[in-house]
Design a protein around this ligand. Structure first.
Ligand code: 3EB
Length: 333
């Protein structure tokens, strides 16, 4: 039985019932759909060249609107918006990516305010060449710079109650930013094992990443959990450099800690590992079978996961795992 409000759909088939579509992204070529494309190969499947559409669907009425590069889908209680930005458009700037990131976030924040869904719950961020140098700074750090500037420009806090997020390196293509937002704020959750990302020391870049470790939103009186990209970081340091098995185990310890912290903050948001829908980003495709085995050993036979080849935002990280819960998942062939 599909959830009235929000369900996650993973499919290789382009969406055929746009009325129910509440936005989404395509990992691979999006064809005629016009959905934002993220150049990432799917791993652990017999047909890696098929696209993977990661969509939200709803039985509630959804309206779609398009304003130039910005696409948005309005549900009565939440909104999904997505944007691709060509960095070339900011070729004059000292750092085109920093400027593109700032403009992408400004555009999305302006749209959220205008549409009446001012509370971002969860962002998705994808950029090419994430470790490349731009104007003397790693591109991921330029992205963080522009993102933090946009939060400040919009009068939004950069160090409390920030949304959940992920930020990954794609093979090529424009900066892609998507957001799920609501009329009511989500509850931001931090991980007691980790320094909050917004408090990272400046060794990780001049402007800290503006994201929470997780957030909990509410639809129809029920909680949804949005776990940010989670990696083998304890305190603020990367652990187990070069060891994908240990990095996966450490990541799962962080995820367990986040689920426990979520329950502590909000007893109704009681999600076991097996209730989560996972997206696993791997730097090296050959690690997929081992990571899948370790994940299944912890989560159990009901594991729902998709695997994507991506550059994780610290060069010494081999794996990053994000997840959501509190809404159904539909997998179409
Ligand atoms: C980390 O914990 C790993 O910049 O939005 C994870 C999730 C990471 C989100 C972001 C970065 C982001 O620092 C990287």
């Amino acid at each position: 039985m599909p959830n009235e409000h929000l369900e996650l759909v993973w499919t290789a088939c382009p969406p055929d019932s746009p009325a129910a579509l509440l936005g989404g992204l395509c990992y691979g070529p999006a064809g005629e759909t016009g959905l934002p494309e993220v150049a990432m190969a799917r791993l652990g499947v017999p047909t890696p060249d098929l696209p993977l559409f990661s969509l939200f669907a709803s039985r509630q009425p959804v309206e779609h609107a398009r304003f130039g590069a910005l696409r948005l889908w309005r549900h009565p209680d939440c909104l999904f918006a997505a944007l691709s930005v060509e960095e070339d458009a900011y070729g004059e700037a000292l750092s085109p990516l920093r400027e593109a990131s700032r403009v992408a976030y400004r555009t999305l924040f302006d749209a959220l305010e205008k549409e009446g869904y001012s509370a971002p719950w969860r962002f998705w961020n994808y950029l090419a060449d994430i470790h490349g140098d731009e104007a003397g700074l790693e591109r991921y750090r330029q992205f963080n710079y522009g993102r933090q500037q946009a939060f400040a420009d919009a009068g939004r806090s950069v160090n409390a109650a920030v949304p959940a997020a992920c930020a990954l390196g794609s093979q090529r293509g424009p900066l892609v930013v998507a957001v799920l937002a609501g009329r009511e704020p989500a509850l931001a959750i931090e991980n007691p094992r980790q320094v909050s990302a917004y408090d990272y020391p400046s060794d990780y870049g001049p402007r800290a990443p503006a994201f929470a470790r997780a957030s909990v939103s509410w639809l129809d009186g029920r909680p949804q959990l949005w776990l940010s990209g989670t990696a083998s970081i304890v305190g603020h340091r990367t652990l187990h450099a070069g060891d994908v098995a240990e990095q996966t185990r450490e990541t799962l310890r962080n995820i367990r800690a986040l689920l426990e912290e979520t329950r502590r903050r909000l007893p109704e948001a009681d999600f076991p590992l097996a209730a989560l829908h996972y997206t696993v980003y791997l730097r090296h495709p050959e690690h997929q079978p081992l990571v899948a085995e370790l994940l299944a050993a912890e989560v159990g036979a009901k594991l729902n996961a998709v695997y994507l080849k991506a550059d994780v935002c610290r060069a010494d990280l081999l794996v990053e795992i994000e997840a959501s819960a509190g809404h159904p998942l539909v997998r179409l062939p």
